[in-house]
Every structure is written in structure tokens, then in C-alpha cells.
Design a protein around this ligand. Structure first.
Ligand code: AMP
Ligand code: MG
Length: 493
């Protein structure tokens, strides 16, 4: 692949709307994408527009918020070269060919600071990869992705983001008639583990190599000159993914469908389908209605990430070493390292939640015994950690907890930091609010059933300041009181 696929000097011309689109992905081998336009919709109407994100992207939000036609795919922004991306994936462990069945990549917005972001329409009509799907999306799930992705961003967790949701004036059939919608998704890229699996499954080593070089240059430019680019990429992705999953675990986020097509090489959380945040702590928690065996349960997420990365390693085998046996050895050694890397990030995250600055060998036991207690008590994950902070609450009097509390206090005394520093660290690492399932449902019901967006706007307002302590945070921080496991989210999106 030539240097020029990703140009290092970004074009600087942008129109009055601020569009500054490049199309580097379109220059990759054609087996990886198909030029295809969004299908226009009947009556585009803006439902929610993300002004803060528009500004970060160098877009003129005031102008664009009035241009629903662009975010519905009825009109193309200047510089767009729309395409559907090809990819495969292991879904619940089974390999299958997929591709953008209801999404179109418009191009890559180059921001004023020179960063590159995919601009993708989701729900924009059928593509050559749609199989039997209608290529469309319903309003509820698109607003849900908007809410959760913005909440994740505010929590400091790498994620794709949501620029806009428009309604289409058309209905979609999902066991019932629902209002159709299109989400504009912004991502560091949409390159997935499944993208590599697609190239590998077709035995196309040139495409695989081009994709490897492209991904390295786009997301890990510091490794672009590596001796074995495929190995450098695998290791860099493992590092980012282990960090990402550790962050999920530390806030109780359950992705719900960790298929390999839903794992991004950039290390961003992607594809918000049946995801949710856990209330009562239980590692077996699953929300997805179709995940009957709990493959993607909270406690399984690290192992599943490792399993997915092993699929990436498998796809990269021909580039790891010309001798297959040696390639497998290199891949295995790399993948085995995941557990250690993940645990390092997880421990660091949990230490921060407990206000620890230093490291002691007994920390793991201290953390695990708290988690055991939380599971036995069905304690609320978010609020338990928040309430540990002496600046926020008095500790519960339950006997087993009291014993743990004494140990934790003794541990805090082993470090030089003051009580104020500890409280500050805890406040910064334990959110007061997460998107509580009943609050999200309440916002979606108002938006979809009564066209009332005020409930969602209020929720978004609170979710963008998750670490603040205030009256609103307290109201939105309460769990619903549903029995654990009673909440289900559905894939019929
Ligand atoms: P997801 O479960 O959203 O990760 O999607 C898995 C695959 O199904 C992807 O290839 C999607 O493009 C495709 N897909 C999901 N919903 C639809 C739909 N309504 N029409 C066409 N393709 C779809
Ligand atoms: Mg997907």
C-alpha cells in the first residue's frame, strides 16, 4: 500500500458547514468495500443534534442542525464518497459473512486539529450486504445508542459517538410498526476484527496486508515502521482492548453482543445493541434477550475479548511468519499475554475506585473480598463504590462489611496521601450516575410514543456530568428496584 492512502497533510479547505471529508478507506482494495449511496427517505426531521460534538469535529452545528436531509442520507455533504464496508464476524462463536447491511460510510471528517473520524449513517437503507434485512433502524434503538454512547464518552471510556438522530417519516416493521430513524455515528474508524476475518477468509493476502498497514497508520502510527507490522498491530490492539474492557468492568457496563464484528481495532466501544449497565453486582448478569447461555455476561467479557483477539491473530497468521507453525506460536504467545495486561489495567482501575495511589500485593484480595460481599448482598455496583467515599456517605453497619472496612482503612494508612486526596480520587473514579435502565426506557418512551424529547434531554444533561454530586445526580442515581435479571434489552433493532 502506498503512503498516500492516508495523507499526512490534511486538506484544509472546508465549506460553510465545515465539512472537510477525506475518503482514504475508499482507496483500499475493493474487496473491502462497495461504493453505495444511502436510500432517500420520505420526510427527514431532526430529533437530536450533538452541538458539542459538531464543534469538536469542526462542523458548523448551528447550520447543520437545520439540515435533516443530510443526516437522513437524502443529500450528501460535499466531499462524501459513500460506501458500504465489507466484513465478516464470529456471531456467538459462529463464523459468517456480514458487511454494512444498514449503514453507509460517508467519508472521514478531518478536524481542525487534524484528527480523522468516520462519519457513518446507520439505518440509511439496504446495501449489497443487507441479506434479508430492510437496511433500516427504528427510532428507539437509535436514540438508545445516542444516550449510551454519549454517557460512555462522559465517563471517559473510549467509544464511537452520536452526532445526530433524524426520523425518516417512514415506518419500520419490528414485530410492530415503529418510527424509522437514522443515526449519524462518529468513530475513530469502523475497522473491526471482522474486517480482518473477511480479508483472511477470502485468502486475499494483499488486501490483508493493505488493511494491516492502513490500520497501523491510522490508529497506531507510532508502530507504522515495525519490523512485523501484523504483530505490532496485534499487540497494540490487545493493549487498547484490555484497557477498554477493564474500563467497562470498572463501571459495570455490559456490551451484550461481543461478536468479532462488534470489536473495533481502534479500541473504541462500538455497536450499542442490547447493552446496559449493571445495577446489583453479579458477574453472571446478562441483559440481551437472545444470550441464553450467558456467553456475553459481565464476568465473561475479559475472556471473550481475548477469544475475539485470538480470531484477529488467526486472520493475521499469514503476515506473522511465512512458516505457519511459527506464525501460530507467535500468535499464541501474544494472545496469552492478554490476561496479564487486562489484569494490570483492571487492578489499576479498581485501586483508583478505592482511593489507592500505591500498590500492595494484598490489594487484589482486598478488592475481591469487597466484590464477594457485594455479590452476596446484591449491592448496587455504582452506588456501593460511590458510598464508600467518606466524603459522600457513612459506611453501612453490616458485620461482614465492617470487617472489610477496617482492612481497607488500614490499607489507606499505608500510603502517604491525605484523606482529601483519597476522597478526590474516589470521586473522580466512581460515577454518581450511570444510564439507569428505567431512566433510559422512560426517556425513550416519551420520545417515541409522545414525541416528547424533554425527558431525554434532561437525562443527557445529567449523564454528561457523571462524576458530579448534586440533587439531579441523586435522583438519576437510584436503581429501579427491579429484581436483578428482570431487565432485558432486545436485538430487534
Ligand atoms: P449488529 O447485530 O447490529 O452488529 O449487526 C449484525 C449484522 O446485521 C450487520 O452486518 C448489520 O449490518 C446487519 N443488520 C442488522 N440489522 C439490519 C437491518 N435492519 N437490515 C440489514 N442489515 C442489518
Ligand atoms: Mg454490528
Amino acid at each position: 500500500m502506498s503512503e498516500s492512502v492516508i495523507s499526512s497533510s490534511a486538506p484544509t479547505t472546508s465549506g460553510p458547514s465545515g465539512w472537510n471529508l477525506e475518503n482514504s478507506y475508499a482507496r483500499l482494495p475493493t474487496m473491502l468495500h462497495e461504493a453505495f449511496k444511502p436510500t432517500p427517505v420520505k420526510e427527514p426531521r431532526m430529533v437530536v443534534f450533538n452541538h458539542a460534538l459538531a464543534e469538536e469535529l469542526g462542523l458548523n452545528g448551528a447550520a447543520l442542525a437545520q439540515q435533516a436531509a443530510i443526516f437522513a442520507g437524502n443529500e450528501l455533504p460535499e466531499g462524501a464518497a459513500p460506501l458500504a464496508q465489507a466484513y465478516a464476524g464470529h456471531q456467538y462463536g459462529n463464523f459468517t459473512g456480514l458487511g454494512d447491511g444498514r449503514a453507509i460510510l460517508l467519508g472521514e471528517q478531518i478536524t481542525p486539529s487534524g484528527k480523522r473520524f468516520d462519519v457513518q449513517l446507520k439505518g440509511s437503507g439496504p446495501t449489497p450486504f443487507s441479506r434479508r434485512g430492510d437496511g433500516r433502524a427504528a427510532l428507539g434503538p437509535m436514540l438508545r445508542e445516542y444516550i449510551i454512547s454519549e454517557a460512555m464518552h462522559a465517563l471517559g471510556i473510549p467509544t464511537t459517538r452520536s452526532l445526530a438522530v433524524v426520523t425518516t417519516g417512514e415506518k419500520v416493521w419490528r414485530q410492530e410498526m415503529l418510527p424509522g430513524a437514522v443515526l449519524t455515528r462518529i468513530a475513530a474508524s469502523h475497522i473491526r476484527v471482522g474486517t480482518f476475518e473477511w480479508a483472511a477468509a477470502h485468502g486475499d493476502q494483499d488486501a490483508l496486508r493493505a488493511l494491516t498497514d492502513y490500520t497501523l497508520r491510522r490508529h497506531y502510527p507510532e508502530h507504522a515502521g515495525a519490523e512485523v507490522p501484523a504483530l505490532a498491530l496485534l499487540q497494540a490492539v490487545m493493549e487498547r482492548q484490555s484497557q477498554l474492557i477493564a474500563q467497562w468492568q470498572c463501571v459495570g457496563f455490559i456490551h451484550g453482543v461481543m461478536n468479532t464484528d462488534n470489536m473495533a481495532l481502534s479500541g473504541e466501544t462500538i455497536d450499542y445493541g442490547p447493552c446496559a449497565f449493571m445495577d446489583a453486582f453479579d458477574p453472571a448478569t446478562v441483559f440481551s434477550s437472545i444470550d441464553r447461555n450467558g456467553r456475553y455476561a459481565y464476568g465473561n467479557q475479559p475472556q471473550i475479548a481475548q477469544w475475539n483477539l485470538a480470531r484477529l491473530a488467526e486472520a493475521l497468521l499469514p503476515l506473522l511468519h511465512p512458516d505457519e507453525k511459527q506464525a501460530v506460536e507467535i500468535a499464541n504467545t501474544a494472545i496469552e499475554g492478554f490476561k496479564t495486561t487486562f489484569e494490570g489495567h483492571w487492578l489499576a482501575g479498581m485501586r483508583a475506585k478505592l482511593g489507592l495511589f500505591t500498590e500492595e500485593p494484598t490489594d487484589r484480595t482486598l478488592i475481591e473480598s469487597l466484590l464477594v460481599w457485594m455479590r452476596e448482598q446484591k449491592a448496587d455496583f455504582t452506588n456501593t463504590f460511590r458510598a464508600l467515599n467518606p466524603a459522600e456517605a457513612v459506611p453501612p453497619e453490616e458485620p461482614a462489611f465492617a470487617i472489610w472496612h477496617v482492612q481497607w482503612q488500614a490499607r489507606l494508612k499505608q500510603q502517604p496521601q491525605s484523606a482529601e486526596e483519597v476522597a478526590e480520587r474516589m470521586r473522580a473514579h466512581n460515577p454518581a450516575v450511570i444510564p439507569r435502565n428505567h431512566k433510559v426506557e422512560e426517556a425513550l418512551a416519551a420520545a417515541v410514543e409522545s414525541s416528547d424529547l424533554s425527558v431525554m434531554q434532561r437525562l443527557l444533561g445529567v449523564l454528561t456530568r457523571p462524576y458530579e454530586a448534586g440533587e439531579e445526580q441523586a435522583e438519576y442515581g437510584m436503581p429501579s428496584g427491579l429484581a436483578p435479571g428482570a431487565y432485558q434489552t432486545f436485538c430487534g433493532t
